[in-house]
Design a protein around this ligand. Structure first.
Ligand code: ATP
Ligand code: MG
Length: 561
């Protein structure tokens, strides 16, 4: 699978090119995507997936899917499954290279023993709090633990005891013996193992000591013979430690490379925060279409190729920045414009009776399925005496710049006829029905006498219309960076009107042929998809994105200023 756009080079690919030139890894390129199965993946992970699997594709190398499951936590199985589904759905394949960090626990343990024997690791009895306290800070060196000079034999015995379950949680840790006055705080005797009497989703109760991220990650990369270990910027000052561990062991040594994580406006992108929204019922689950999760975007109707295009276009950089949510929507819209079949549907129906149309007659009119792609053909849509149009396509007292239907005014019904409004029926002051006449000579939408109308509106024939539920989504948050407000809970910024459910929408009968997750355009209303909750008796559509292109407008506006 390759996107049409040419692959643009970035600093990571430049490094790989250099390594290939110098034959650093014997011509191999081997990356990995290493999620921790503690939540569903989000669009930031999609960037990492596209980067790691994309590099493997470009260089005819390999990319592993590796679960970084060094932390025993609950419900991991569900997360593992969702992550596998998401990566596949995005269009990538790990073939037979699915790994779990927990499969390496024994090997990691043996490596730790090796470091103890080399006097490069020791068991410390201090509490985690005490260890943090004595670490010092940027201007003050840390202080050595009283236990730092234990003999090798004592350390080996204690570490074995830790593994055997002799000690309680938190009673002891294994630390690397590096330098308590190192300018990089990560190098001040970091913790390698902690005691945790917890059941692990993969290894059960076999282990009660669990490796820390910095210790484990490089080992995982080394064991899998990864060449380029790509991670996000916050690990930049962990790289000396990554290197130290591998050098101290004298094992195969991949290169860690850091890039800037993706941040998107009007959302949050940390699994910890997303979990709160899910757990507290503030959204309808991990696949809520308002969430930036891959499952949510999929349910909302985003296509995998639009997400890949987005990830490619935002590029790979060394500095953190915020990407406009509108740019993601732009990529989605661009893709759907080419691929989504058009239909007509009315969200808020207003009944229209054509006074001069014969009672009981039905015509079949031709409609184009996608003007962008003639190969998608055409379909028939029924037309009869009673129709529905959109409530806001009519105004009883229109202002000057309103060109749609109004008393005495003529408009075009898409693919059908010109109609003219002759009478307005009201109930309790509210417009409930329009009476119109149609001009039989304008079939197909053009007047033989050359007269023009100022607008074309969509409609659905009432007799054949199918009732549907439509879910409209707005931004989940009201501000650009809800997690970035110091001292404020991000949930305060949830948008109370991010979901609007319309239950009495009328759609043309042809949509009944669509299947769950199919994508479509309702003309003039936006792109939609069939929600998985749809049944033959109850159609449910999610609006993916509106048609209006605010991104392009915004770009133009910013160019002017
Ligand atoms: P979160 O903070 O959202 O939970 P994480 O970094 O803890 O993210 P992991 O499961 O550890 O999540 O990440 C798997 C991979 O995805 C890592 O290589 C990580 O660097 C990358 N990744 C995570 N978030 C982003 C992001 N916003 N942009 C780019 N890459 C990301
Ligand atoms: Mg994490």
């Amino acid at each position: 699978m390759q996107d049409a756009e040419t692959v643009s080079k970035d600093f990571i690919r430049d490094i790989i090119d250099d390594d290939l030139r110098t034959n650093k890894y014997q011509g191999r390129v081997h990356t990995r995507f290493p999620p921790e199965p503690n939540g569903y993946l989000h669009i930031g992970h999609a960037k990492s997936i596209c980067l790691n699997f994309g590099i493997a594709q470009d260089y005819k190398g390999l990319c592993n899917l590796r679960f970084d499951d060094t932390n025993p936590a609950k419900e991991e199985e569900e997360y593992v499954q969702s992550i596998k589904d998401n990566v596949k759905w995005l269009g990538f394949d790990w073939e037979d290279r699915l790994f779990f960090a927990s499969d390496y626990f024994q090997q990691m343990y043996e490596y730790a023993v090796q470091l103890i024997k080399a006097e490069k690791a020791y068991v410390d009895d201090q509490t985690a709090d005490k260890i943090a306290e004595t670490r010092g800070n940027l201007t003050t060196p840390g202080t050595n633990s009283l236990y730092r000079d234990r003999t090798v034999q004592e350390n080996l015995d204690l570490f074995e005891g830790m593994k055997a379950g002799v000690f309680a949680d938190g009673q002891k840790v294994l630390r690397a013996k590096i330098d308590m006055s190192h300018p990089n705080l990560n190098m001040r005797d970091p913790i390698m193992y902690r005691i945790l009497h917890a059941t692990h989703h993969n290894t059960g109760d076999e282990w009660c000591i669990y490796p820390m991220y910095d210790w484990a990650h490089g080992l995982e990369d080394s064991i899998e013979r990864i060449t380029h270990s790509i991670c996000t910027l916050e690990f930049e000052n962990h790289r000396p430690l990554y290197d130290w561990f591998l050098d101290a062991l004298g094992v195969y040594h991949p290169q860690q490379i850091e890039f800037a994580r993706l941040n998107l406006t009007f959302t949050v992108m940390s699994k910890r925060l997303l979990l709160q929204l899910v757990d507290e019922g503030l959204v309808a689950g991990w696949d809520d279409p308002r969430l930036p999760t891959i499952s949510g975007m999929r349910r909302r109707g985003y296509s995998p190729s639009s997400i890949r295009t987005f990830c490619k276009r935002i590029g790979v950089a060394k500095f953190n920045s915020m990407v406009d949510f509108e740019f993601l929507e732009y990529c989605v819209r661009e893709d759907l414009n080419k691929t989504a079949p058009r239909f007509m549907g009315v969200l808020r129906p207003l009944k229209v009776v054509l006074e001069n149309y014969p009672e009981g007659r039905t015509e079949e009119l031709d409609a184009v399925n996608n003007p962008e792609d003639p190969s998608m053909g055409s379909r028939k849509i029924p037309f009869s005496k009673v129709l529905y149009i959109e409530q806001d396509d009519f105004m009883e007292n229109p202002p000057k710049d309103f060109y749609r239907l109004a008393p005495g005014r003529e408009v075009r019904l898409r693919y059908a006829y010109f109609i003219k409004c002759t009478n307005v029926v009201k109930k309790d002051g509210k417009v409930v029905e329009l009476h119109c006449t149609y001009d039989p000579a304008t079939k197909g939408g053009y007047a033989p006498d050359g007269r023009k109308v100022k607008s074309t509106i969509h409609w659905v024939s009432a007799d054949q219309a199918v009732t549907a539920e439509v879910r409209l989504y707005d931004r989940l948050f009201t501000i650009k960076d809800p997690a970035g407000e110091k001292g404020r809970d991000f949930k305060q910024f949830l948008n109370p009107t991010s979901l609007e459910v319309l239950s009495d929408c009328k759609v043309e009968p042809a949509v009944q042929a669509l299947k769950s997750s199919d994508r479509l355009q309702f003309e003039r209303l936006g792109y939609f998809c069939v929600d998985p909750e749809t049944t033959p008796q109850h159609l449910v559509f999610n609006r993916t994105v509106e048609l209006r292109d605010s991104w392009v407008k915004k770009q133009k506006a910013s160019q002017k200023t």
